[in-house]
Design a protein around this ligand. Sequence first.
Ligand SMILES: [Zn+2]
Length: 94
Amino acid sequence: MKVQDIFICPQCDGHRIEEIITNAAVTSEVVDTTECGDIKYNTPDIDEGIVDRYQCVNCGYAIPGVSNGVELYAHLLSSGNKRLNTSPKKGAKP
Ligand SMILES: [Zn+2]
């Protein structure tokens, strides 16, 4: 499911989630270098790491009890269902 369609941050109403990883080894292929020491890289790869939390991109609100993709999916599913069940339906005018 699309995160931006489901997730609403309880603190700031943001719709984006980011994954915070600790102990990660990030590698980037070096593709170009100059005499002043500037280096150009390919897109970095994250090789290792432990997911610490998922949080709101906007304000940093950490989603409680979620530390992997399965839990994140379940959380979004239940919060999406809650919203659908509690918010009044907006029907088209007759
Ligand atoms: Zn937020």
